[in-house]
Design a protein around this ligand. Structure first.
Ligand SMILES: NC(=O)c1ccc[n+]([C@@H]2O[C@H](COP(=O)([O-])OP(=O)(O)OC[C@H]3O[C@@H](n4cnc5c(N)ncnc54)[C@H](O)[C@@H]3O)[C@@H](O)[C@H]2O)c1
Length: 244
């Protein structure tokens, strides 16, 4: 039976690569984004027969609830949820407006929280080990790099959600892990000045940014059989940059 994977932030750099990987692995992929999905690039999944595109603002809990209601009606349940939607607001402490703090937590943390709340009941009782994969950030753990404190905090909150749900649902065979990448070449690089971007890439041990398909291959691994025995982990992907 075809397994159902829901991927948030599906129209973004990482999201498109994750959708492409999960389609290659045989999933039916429901891609969700606030933005329109198609731009015809090489990772465009919208024409794939096993891809369904949904447009939803994931910071709106009622909209998320309605979205998963539609997914349940169309597909009968969810096997894999990838919480990938996110952004990085760049104001620096202490000059972070309250509105920006709230927006940062809403986009990066609350959206994932609402999706877990809505998806988990649809995962219960399905065949095999079901998966939640949260796209966190190395920025939650490396305090030398540029990341603003509210971005770090939103991802640290996400990783605590990962661990709580991993513990809570272990015996129900739902595994929950975070992937925490460092510099990965996506449109999100646009929030950085050229100077900050060049410095951050130069600090990567391989001298290059990571590629979305590389992160997507870890998502594919966790979504597959190998991921069955991992839960509650935050897996940092950074070419070994922070090893001391
Ligand atoms: N690119 C990096 O270097 C990097 C590093 C670490 C973590 N991340 C994380 O990876 C994830 C994917 O980011 P990306 O680099 O592909 O950036 P991106 O900007 O290309 O993609 C993010 C996507 O999330 C969507 N989104 C934003 N707000 C939304 C909302 N309210 N509802 C629904 N969708 C919404 C955007 O429309 C966009 O398509 C993010 O969570 C980001 O924090 C990225």
């Amino acid at each position: 039976m075809t397994k159902i994977a829901v991927v948030t932030g599906a129209a973004g750099g990482m999201g498109k690569a994750i959708c492409a990987r999960l389609l290659d692995d045989g999933f039916h992929v429901v891609g969700v984004d606030i933005a329109h999905h198609t731009d015809g690039d090489k990772n465009d999944a919208t024409a794939h027969p096993r891809f369904s595109a949904k447009t939803t603002d994931l910071t709106d809990d009622a909209a998320v609830s309605a979205l998963f209601g539609r997914i349940a009606a169309a597909h009968g349940g969810v096997d894999v949820l990838v919480n990938n939607a996110g952004t990085c607001f760049m104001s620096d402490f202490p000059d972070i407006p309250a509105t920006e703090l709230k927006a940062q937590m809403a986009v990066n943390f609350e959206s994932a929280f609402y999706c877990c709340q809505a998806a988990l009941p649809l995962m219960l009782g399905r065949v095999g080990i079901r998966k939640i994969i949260n796209i966190s950030s190395n920025g939650a753990y490396n305090f030398n790099v540029f990341d603003p404190v509210h971005y770090r905090t939103s991802k640290a909150a996400m990783d605590t959600l990962t661990k709580d749900l991993a513990r809570r649902y272990a015996t129900q065979k739902i595994s929950v892990n975070s992937l925490a990448p460092a510099m990965t070449e996506t449109p999100l690089f646009g929030v950085l000045s050229e100077e900050t971007l060049a410095k951050a890439i130069a600090e990567m041990p391989h001298g290059v940014a990571m590629q979305p398909a590389q992160i997507a291959s870890w998502v594919g691994f966790l979504a597959g059989d190998g991921g069955d025995i991992s839960s509650g982990n935050v897996i940092v992907l950074n070419q070994g940059r922070d090893v001391r």
